[in-house]
Write a protein that binds this ligand. Structure first.
Ligand SMILES: Cc1cc2nc3c(=O)[nH]c(=O)nc-3n(C[C@H](O)[C@H](O)[C@H](O)COP(=O)(O)OP(=O)(O)OC[C@H]3O[C@@H](n4cnc5c(N)ncnc54)[C@H](O)[C@@H]3O)c2cc1C
Length: 314
């Protein structure tokens, strides 16, 4: 075993992934969490959580998430903020690829949640890869000196607009809501080549071979057009985040990952937990519980243990 080989890689740093991480790290498994962004998952979007057991007062989702993260890291899990853009899972060694690096492990847990969304804007699916993108870090360099827009109002959308402003000549941040979900003194909003448009939605994306323009509609109804080379979509909705798996594990018709009671997927050594699975109930407590089971299953797989009943000190 080399130093860089992990016992387990966990993709996703929400309640499912971080619960799994605290169990595997506490069990002395060399654990890596790869998380696209601490502000991109469902819990990060929940303004107040009051039904997670053990809370003595309601907590904003991001605060609860920070506690999950601190606990996992406290037990020795390594947390890296990086988006996984591809995987190789069929062999004994599982690999996860980010833009900068590839990581290897003996087992892998997928916990990427369900904040993906289907293309809803006219032209969005048609121009995917021809100007439409969901990954600024992957595609920003293709838009050097060009005009791009980021659609969304989340902290993640603002962050990605900031990244794009280092490459593109002009970046429009177009938010359907009247207010962005960041404070008005967020330094990204002061970037010179970043223009913020609020209360407007992109109704269609048009072009020839590549994207050329977007049509906008104001909340009140007025319409306008902007010349555009790239459209980065950071609007959220509910769809399991599985694009990076490229069909490597079995999913249902609803595109959720199919698992058994022990969170095993169709591939040996690959487990899945939380909202990305075909779970009946999407709640923090369920995601955390499934993360726990995934961790115990991964531990059993890595150490070739016979199946046994786990208890709290196990
Ligand atoms: C607005 C809102 C309010 C809610 N309110 C409640 C509530 O009151 N009580 C309750 O119990 N539940 C609530 N929920 C549901 C709860 O938040 C989810 O069930 C729970 O967060 C699911 O956890 P998860 O870890 O599976 O996914 P998520 O919390 O979505 O976390 C997924 C993580 O995976 C990361 N990720 C995604 N793609 C990649 C990739 N390619 N590479 C690396 N990382 C990736 C994301 O950045 C994210 O950190 C709410 C959800 C929303 C959206």
């Amino acid at each position: 075993m080399t130093d860089s080989l992990y016992d387990v890689i966990i993709i996703g740093g929400g309640p499912a992934g971080l619960s799994a991480a605290q169990y595997t790290a506490r069990a002395k498994m060399k654990t890596l969490v790869l998380d696209k962004s601490s502000s991109a998952g469902a819990l990060a979007f929940a303004s107040l959580i009051e039904n997670y057991p053990g809370l003595d007062k309601p907590l904003p989702g991001p605060e609860l998430l920070a506690i999950f993260r601190k606990q996992a890291v406290g037990f020795g899990a390594e947390y890296v903020e990086a988006q996984v853009i591809g995987v190789s899972l069929a062999g004994e060694i599982k690999e996860a690829f980010t833009m900068d690096k590839s990581y290897q492990a003996k087992s892998l847990i997928i916990a990427t949640g369900s904040m993906g969304r289907k293309a809803t804007i006219k032209g969005e699916a048609e121009f995917l890869g021809r100007g439409v993108s969901y990954c600024a870090i992957c595609d920003a360099a293709f838009f050097r000196g060009k005009t791009v827009c980021v659609l969304g109002d989340s902290e993640e959308a603002v962050k990605e607009a900031g990244l794009l402003s280092r490459f593109a000549e002009t970046v429009y941040l177009i938010s359907p809501s009247k207010e962005l979900k960041v404070s008005s003194d967020n330094p990204t909003l002061a970037i010179q080549n970043l223009k913020v448009i609020t209360g407007q939605s992109v109704t269609s994306i048009e072009g020839g071979e590549l994207v050329e323009k977007v049509h906008l509609r104001e909340v009140g109804g007025a319409e306008s057009t902007l010349d555009m080379d790239g459209v980065f979509v950071y609007l959220h909705g509910s769809k399991p985040v599985i694009d990076f798996l490229q069909g490597s594990v079995e999913v249902s018709e609803a595109e959720c990952i199919m698992t058994n009671k022990m969170t095993e997927t169709s591939l040996p050594g690959v487990f899945s937990a939380g909202d990305v699975t075909c779970t009946e109930v999407r709640q923090v407590v369920i995601a955390a519980a499934q993360g726990c089971i995934a961790a115990l299953s991964a531990e059993q797989y890595v150490f070739h243990r016979k199946r046994k009943k786990y208890d709290w000190h196990g």
